[in-house]
Every structure is written in structure tokens, then in C-alpha cells.
Ligand binder design. Structure first.
Ligand code: ATP
Length: 448
């Protein structure tokens, strides 16, 4: 049960107003369920991707990075099962011409008034469910004919499977080891929505960990825990995170076991998947062996045996985690001694788009010059902002609203003793710090 408030509409408006996320091609009326990341949004999402890359690739010897192309040989998608099976069951309504997912009718709304679920109005005329493939098709080369059909990848995983031996051999890796990548994926979703929760173009952060058969369930358990810890370390509240185990009816045809990490987005959306951890067995490598006629076996020199490894997959959406981080961080609170409350994005400092904002208290007496010097010094290490317009209170509010953890103010005293105030976003505490120690002070606060 969801217990958290619904902040989605407020977030959509904040994200637009403050340069996080804009609707794609807005001046033409927008593109359905495609979003553009503005100056602050791109920083936030990049910080999240960097944290994932550091946790999965840079800090481990047993995982290698990869950046495979979006366009792949079309046989890939036959082998993976996407051509035949990557489908949603759809129903059309002959009255309102709406199209809905047959398995998610309870989440859909009929355009007729009053708002009801499709099929619940007397006038609704729903057709039988038909299968609709979610892959975007295009043509490679000059000829638009069936022989040149290629797909925009609906997941990044297949680029990893087809490169399994390239990476293993070039990097002299031994099983167990993993391959990780971050990249765009495309799905012609029928019921997209909820802002950047379900979009048609999105980014995935996926890792396939290749293990010896028989050791797979132990690795599965380990990856489940590690991935939950990663979300917690990102600052997502423990009470908003839960595992959801896929029951027998829910398991994908290839999966031996699957758990979702779910996050409580609040309101009616409630707990939803943000990451999947799957035990895919040897399904993918075996399929690619069959379709490509190339062996994708691992040779274990120590025990002189060959086998097709099993795969534990962790698959998380960069956009969905960005939304979770925003929802988790959004709060409105009153401020003692002030009539107006404040809106705060209490983002984990490590993912905040701006780490520190520098203000001169007034625009005179050399304060702007000193603030600019501090800004240039901090810029070499952190993403920073400068603001000299409006009252200091207004400037604090602007930064609170975009999640800036520290505001640094140069005042009259700064000119005589080189100290500045550092104001903390969450506690509102203010420290006096010497200008020469600012970098170290901020770095110490930003770790973790
Ligand atoms: P859902 O049931 O929500 O459609 P899925 O089970 O199809 O998701 P996977 O194929 O397991 O999702 O993809 C892994 C991750 O990729 C998801 O946990 C989610 O974070 C992200 N993801 C999948 N589809 C989308 C989408 N259309 N928009 C944004 N993120 C997505």
C-alpha cells in the first residue's frame, strides 16, 4: 500500500520551471512520452549514472564496461525472443478510439466523462486483445525493404551477450565476471506516462554477471542485496523501498528467478519497479549460439572444462531512478520566523546538480569580486552557481528548490578576515569557514 503523498504534478512543474526536464519538442505540441533533460536535469541524471558506473565498474576488478551500438544485427532480436515475444496485449475501443493495455486496464482511464476505467461505461466497445510488438523498426541503408529492417534496441543487454567472448578474451577475465553498460533503449510503449516513469526513449544501466551453473542462486542473492544497498546509498528512504518477487506466472520465459526493487512513488502510482534482478540461466548465450552458429562457451583452464555460463542480470532505468530520487527528495516545509514556507529538494549531496552556490551579500565593497574569486576556485572541483540578484532569503529559496546542499555568502566581515558563511540546506545551520579551506570543507561534506 502506498502511504506517501502524490507530488508528481508539483514535480513536473518544478522540473520545467527550474530547468530539470522539458517536454520533447514542446513548441510543436510535444512528442508523446519523450522528455528532454535541461541544464540541471542532465547534471542530476549524469551524477546518478556516474555513481552506478563507479559502483559497478570502477570499484571492481570483476566487471568490465562496454558501450555497444544501439543498432544491432536483426537476428539478435530473433535470438533474444523480442521479435516473437516482446509484445503487449492491446484492446481498442470502437467508441472513443482509445487503445489500452489489456493487462493494465485498471490503470487506464476512458476519455469519456466521468472518468472511469475502459469498459466501464455503457458505451464502451472493447475489441478482443491483440498483440502489439513494442520494438521501433527502421531501415538500414537506402532501400526501404524488409531485408533491411533493423530495430532500435529495446534493452541494452543484448549488446553485452553478443560481446561476451570479445570482452572475456580481450580482458583475460575468468568466470565469474560481469559486463556493464549504460545506454539508450527504445520501446513503443502503449500506456506510457507518469512523467519520466515510462517513456518511449529511456536510458538503462545494465550489468550481466556470468557465473558457473550451480553457483547462480548464491550470486543472485548477492546481487539482490548489493543493488538494494546501492539504492539506499543514493538516499532513497528505506521505507519507500521494497523487493517484489516474481511469482511463477510473472516470470519471463527465460528467468529462473526474478526480484524487482520497487520504490513508493506516492499517490495512486505507489510501489513500482525501478530495477530488476534476474537469474537468466544460460538462455541468452545458448540462443545466440544457435542463431549465430558461433560457440559462446567459456573454457575453464583450471578444471579443463567448457560450459555456457549462467547470467545474473541487474537492470535499472536511469530515468526511473532519477524520478525516484526527485520524488524522494521533494518536500515543503515552514520556516521559523518566516511567513512563506520553502520547497526543498533534499537530494543526496553527491547527486545534487549544483553542489554550492556563491553569493555576495551586497553588490558593492568588493564583495562580488571576492565571491567570483571563490567561485572560480571551487569550479575546478565542483559544479557551482553564482547569484547576486534579489534578497539573500530569495537566493537561498532558489537554491533549496533545486537541491543545492551549500550556499556560501561573502559579507562585510569576509573582506577583512577572508571567512565566509556556509549555510546547510537541510539543517539551515551556518558555519564560518576560511576561504582557503572551502574546497576541503565541501569535499569532506560531499563524500558518501
Ligand atoms: P515495466 O514492467 O515497468 O514495463 P519491465 O519489467 O519491462 O518494466 P525491464 O525490461 O526489466 O522492465 O527493464 C529494466 C528497467 O528499465 C526497469 O526496471 C525500468 O527501470 C527501466 N525501464 C523499462 N521500461 C522503461 C520505460 N518505458 N521507461 C523508462 N524506464 C524503463
Amino acid at each position: 500500500m502506498a502511504s506517501q503523498p502524490d507530488v508528481m504534478d508539483k514535480l513536473v512543474s518544478l522540473c520545467k520551471r527550474r530547468g530539470f526536464i522539458f517536454q520533447s519538442s514542446e513548441i510543436y505540441g510535444g512528442t508523446g512520452s519523450v522528455w528532454d533533460y535541461g541544464p540541471l536535469g542532465v547534471e542530476l541524471k549524469k551524477n546518478i549514472k556516474d555513481r552506478w558506473w563507479n559502483a559497478m565498474v570502477r570499484s571492481r576488478d570483476d566487471i568490465e564496461g562496454l558501450d555497444a551500438a544501439i543498432l544491432m544485427h536483426p537476428r539478435t532480436w530473433e535470438a533474444s525472443g523480442h521479435v516473437a515475444g516482446f509484445v503487449d496485449p492491446l484492446v481498442d475501443c470502437k467508441t472513443c478510439k482509445g487503445r489500452f493495455r489489456a493487462d493494465k486496464l485498471e490503470d487506464a482511464r476512458c476519455p469519456q466523462k466521468p472518468s472511469k476505467q475502459p469498459g466501464q461505461h455503457d458505451a464502451c466497445q472493447l475489441t478482443e486483445a491483440r498483440n502489439f510488438n513494442l520494438m521501433f523498426k527502421t531501415y538500414m541503408g537506402a532501400l526501404e525493404e524488409s531485408a533491411s529492417v533493423v530495430y532500435l534496441r529495446p534493452e541494452t543487454a543484448q549488446g553485452i551477450f553478443v560481446n561476451f567472448l570479445n570482452v572475456q578474451q580481450s580482458m583475460r577475465q575468468k568466470v565469474p565476471f560481469g559486463i556493464a553498460q549504460i545506454g539508450k533503449a527504445f520501446r513503443n510503449e502503449i500506456t506510457p506516462g507518469n512523467f519520466i516513469f515510462r517513456t518511449r526513449e529511456f536510458e538503462q544501466m545494465e550489468m550481466q554477471f556470468f557465473v558457473e551453473p550451480g553457483t547462480d542462486m548464491a550470486w543472485f542473492e548477492q546481487w539482490k542485496q548489493l543493488r538494494m544497498e546501492w539504492h539506499l546509498a543514493l538516499g532513497l528512504s528505506p521505507e519507500r523501498l521494497q523487493f517484489h518477487q516474481h511469482g511463477a506466472g510473472e516470470l519471463a520465459h527465460y528467468a529462473r528467478a526474478a526480484f524487482d526493487v520497487t520504490f513508493d512513488f506516492g499517490g495512486t502510482l505507489g510501489f513500482q519497479e525501478i530495477e530488476g534482478v534476474h537469474n537468466r540461466g544460460d538462455f541468452d548465450l545458448t540462443q545466440h549460439q544457435q542463431f549465430s552458429s558461433k560457440k559462446l562457451e567459456y573454457y575453464d583452464q583450471l578444471h579443463n572444462k567448457r560450459y555456457v555460463p549462467y547470467v545474473i542480470e541487474t537492470s535499472v532505468g536511469a530515468d526511473r531512478v532519477t524520478l525516484a530520487a526527485l520524488v524522494n527528495a521533494y518536500r515543503e516545509e515552514s520556516v521559523e520566523g518566516e511567513d512563506e514556507g520553502r520547497v526543498v529538494l533534499g537530494l543526496h549531496p553527491a547527486i545534487a546538480p549544483i553542489k554550492a552556490a556563491v553569493f555576495p551579500l551586497t553588490k558593492k565593497d568588493g564583495q562580488p569580486e571576492m565571491a567570483q574569486r571563490i567561485l572560480s576556485d571551487l569550479r575546478t572541483a565542483f559544479s557551482v552557481d553564482y547569484d547576486e540578484s534579489g534578497s539573500i532569503g530569495k537566493r537561498y529559496r532558489r537554491q533549496d528548490e533545486v537541491g543545492t546542499p551549500f550556499c556560501i555568502t561573502v559579507d562585510g566581515q569576509s573582506l577583512s578576515d577572508e571567512t565566509v558563511t556556509v549555510r546547510h540546506r537541510d539543517t539551515l545551520a551556518q558555519d564560518r569557514v576560511h576561504g582557503s579551506q572551502l574546497k576541503g570543507y565541501l569535499a569532506a561534506q560531499l563524500v558518501g
